[in-house]
Ligand binder design. Structure first.
Ligand code: ZN
Length: 221
């Protein structure tokens, strides 16, 4: 059974691989993702490579092996199911469940996690819209446009939130832009860096380009 440190590395690398498919994950990305010193990361990736969990090319980066990817997907599955359970069943706020899930993802047994999955009705996404890997470790990552790229005036539904810092999640909640919210982008002003939105209820609001780029949407059907 891998240690929680190993699980954190694998999960971080998988998330980065999903963010930019086809490219190696650099030790710099891992070090900023996990908040640990670059030297520590280099030592650890060598250990993980020796264990057959990833392949490591010095000075360029790493890529998970099938075995490493499988383990990482299971950690991600536990993390995301725990987050959803804490929100949907225990009524916790979606902006505070990440840190709880960081601890519990290493502790919950397979039996408990499968029971949670059953109680939640085998959900496909967590409260932030992140896809939950299935029991075989398969992750379906749809490519979604953000509020800068979706067509103007089309009715869209918020599908996923790309920044899960507590501050950003609280902003999303205050502006009523959580996954499931329906809205239209009415205009974009490049010079002012603002995107104007109209929520389904008629309320209008504006977001900066940076914030808008972190809200992913899908066509409303
Ligand atoms: Zn999440």
């Amino acid at each position: 059974m891998p240690t929680s440190t190993v699980e954190d590395y694998l999960k971080c690398i998988l998330v980065e691989q999903q963010r930019s498919p086809g490219s190696l994950v650099t030790t710099g990305q891992i070090s900023s993702g996990l908040g640990v010193a670059p030297g520590t990361v280099t030592a650890m990736v060598k250990t993980l490579a020796d264990s057959g969990l990833l392949s490591y090319e010095p000075y360029s980066g790493v890529l998970l092996t099938d075995h490493g990817r499988q383990l990482a997907a299971h950690v991600l599955r536990r993390h995301r199911l725990v987050e959803l359970f804490l929100v949907a069943v225990m009524g916790m706020d979606w902006s505070e469940v990440h840190s709880e899930a960081e601890l519990l993802e290493h502790a919950v047994s397979d039996r408990l996690i499968e029971r949670m999955d059953e109680m939640l009705g085998h959900p496909s996404v967590d409260p932030h819209g992140d896809p939950i890997p299935d029991i075989h470790g398969e992750v379906h990552e749809p490519v979604l446009p953000n509020l800068l790229g979706c067509p103007l005036e089309a009715l869209v539904k918020v599908a996923r939130v790309g920044d899960q810092s507590r501050e950003f999640l609280m902003l999303v909640e205050r502006r009523r832009l959580k996954p499931g919210s329906r809205l239209r982008v009415t205009s974009r002003d490049e010079a002012a860096d603002t995107v104007e939105l109209r929520l389904e209820g008629g309320e209008e609001l504006s977001l900066g380009f940076r914030a808008a780029s972190k809200i992913l949407v899908e066509p409303h059907t």
